[in-house]
Design a protein around this ligand. Structure first.
Ligand code: NCD
Length: 309
């Protein structure tokens, strides 16, 4: 039993540093076990239900693979339109139903706060796999794990979050999670897509150093980690506004000429145009390793919240 047993995972700022260290430690153990070809049975007899009411590739597949790699089973609703949500069922009723079938529930939903609402409806642990433009805490944990693996530590780094900082739940979560560490932030975005003022205010109140800029080139020169994001088309009310901003930042290989040695380039994926293909063979291009790290982190989370780790 750990402090995470029977807990929901709803927001990145819910974790203490010692909880993050525990999650990473267990993730590393599982990763090594898989690499050694061991077959794990930690979640044998347990059922995970994934409810994805927004598109996903990595998050859903890595959660499902995580459960299967731990010897558990998965039942899944891949899109809202194939579930009773399309008939008007409330999230509350869906959760009361699914808790009868599954031991742990992963939810992605278009509304901010949906995961908290779902968690309040059920006694089963709920993991937030993205609630609209709100939070994406399991992504932040794998992002943290990636920085640690790529750089040794997050301490002392200058981390640039770039792109759609207004709507991007990955950057909302990651900024909150990293703010407990000795990290300096650069927030690089078009003026219309700045980090929400409440998040900036919360970080500043904690004494975190933040520089805001519209210049990606300036940010690249000072960064240790450059975290690119997709302009979140689905969150725009005005398609013309999306068209105006969609290619605001396109990172190309030639732009990295002025970067610090060993710059780490991350992206939660999917990418649209934000990173040119010629960046992929840059040594610091970590985004596909980052996606792979999601498996071990989600194995650790599933085992911890069900008390099996
Ligand atoms: C992100 C998401 O869904 O918020 N994807 C992911 O989970 N890796 C990022 C995005 O969609 O841009």
């Amino acid at each position: 039993m750990s402090k995470l047993t029977h807990k929901d995972v709803l927001r990145a700022d819910q974790f203490s540093k010692s909880e993050i260290a525990l999650i990473v430690e267990i993730a590393r153990e599982y990763e090594q076990a898989l690499a050694a070809g061991r077959v794990l049975e930690v979640m044998k007899g347990q059922v995970l239900s994934t409810l994805f009411y927004e598109p996903s590739t990595r998050t859903r597949l890595s959660f499902e693979a995580a459960m299967l790699r731990l010897g558990g089973s998965v039942i899944s609703v891949a899109e809202a339109k194939s579930s009773s949500a399309a008939k008007g069922e409330s999230l509350y009723d869906t959760m009361k139903t699914v808790e009868g079938y599954a031991d742990v529930i992963v939810l992605r939903h278009p509304q901010i706060g949906a995961a908290a609402e779902a968690a309040a409806a059920t006694y089963r642990p709920v993991l937030n796999a993205g609630d609209g433009a709100g939070q994406h805490p399991t992504q932040s944990l794998l992002d943290y794990y990636t920085i640690e693996k790529e750089r040794g530590t997050v301490e002392g780094l200058i981390v640039t979050l770039a792109g759609d900082l207004k709507h991007g739940r990955t950057v909302h979560s990651l900024a909150e999670l990293l703010s407990s560490y000795d990290v300096r932030f650069v927030f690089a975005s078009p003026a219309a897509l700045r980090m929400p003022v409440d998040i900036v205010a919360r970080l500043k109140a904690r004494g975190v150093s933040i520089t805001e800029t519209e210049s990606l080139a300036d940010a690249i020169r000072t960064s240790d980690v450059l975290y690119m994001t997709r302009i979140q088309r689905e969150r725009f009310e005005d398609p013309a506004e999306y068209d105006r901003l969609k290619d605001a930042y396109v990172l190309t290989r030639s732009m990295l000429a002025g970067a610090k040695d060993g710059l780490t380039v991350m992206h939660p994926l999917p990418r649209v145009n934000e990173i040119a293909i010629d960046v992929d063979d840059y040594a610091g291009a970590a985004y596909f390793r980052q996606a792979a790290n999601g498996l071990a982190i989600r194995m650790a989370l599933l085992a911890l919240v069900t008390g099996r780790a």
